[in-house]
Ligand binder design. Sequence first.
Ligand SMILES: Nc1ncnc2c1ncn2[C@@H]1O[C@H](COP(=O)(O)OP(=O)(O)OP(=O)(O)O)[C@@H](O)[C@H]1O
Length: 237
Amino acid sequence: MDNLLVIDQLTYKRNMRVLLDDVSLSIPAGSIIGLLGDNGAGKTTLMRLISGAATNYSGSIIIDGEVDKPTMKGLVSFSEQLNGAATDAKLEDLAKFYDTIYPEFSMDNFNQLVSNFNLNLKQKLSQLSKGMRRNFVISVTLARRVKLYLLDEPFDGIDSMKRKKIIENILAWMPDDASVIISDHHVTDIANLLDQVVIIKNRTIVNQIDADKIREEYNQSIEEYYESFYKEVNDHA
Ligand SMILES: Nc1ncnc2c1ncn2[C@@H]1O[C@H](COP(=O)(O)OP(=O)(O)OP(=O)(O)O)[C@@H](O)[C@H]1O
């Protein structure tokens, strides 16, 4: 299978601190990846760099063979897009804004996604509960037709029924050749979805493994594997 994302020796510093240290990672096209790691490990930072939000790193990020930064931005949809959005804006106006700035935004897809989540587009962003806001972010993120989706803790603060709905939407809306990277602490929620697990610890990738290998060769659930792997790395630290 071809690799959609190739990261080589990526190191990123901010305010004199190393936030990512020598990260190398290849993600196949058409796959669902769980990016697992504890608080502060570097999950959000890695997603920000892949999305093109910061470019002052060393090493390389290649998406679908592209190294041109503006082109790469059009290939990735990151779930952080509401940062900085006016809280008194109505959801329908925010959607129109995204439709204007992202050529690959599909208003039809967006409308179907928000109706799946029973969101009212006349509501203002400030009127949404935490869970409703998450659902809106997922709708905006998946409404773009891109190669790579980055979902940063999409289930944070979401009840279990809604989590199922989000998972259904991810599976239904992901184009066949697209990949999605989902970061999460609730490993159990996404375990059945995953093709691969990537574990990040202390600012670098410490493991990448096929989910089937964990189940079949190690005879463990992804959650058990993740917990034991993390413990082992801690014990040897
Ligand atoms: N703007 C910044 N300046 C300096 N340090 C930062 C900045 N943003 C994040 N960090 C630091 O980078 C490290 C990684 O943060 P990041 O948000 O990527 O972790 P994470 O794995 O997403 O954590 P969590 O699961 O808690 O969301 C943390 O130690 C954090 O304090």
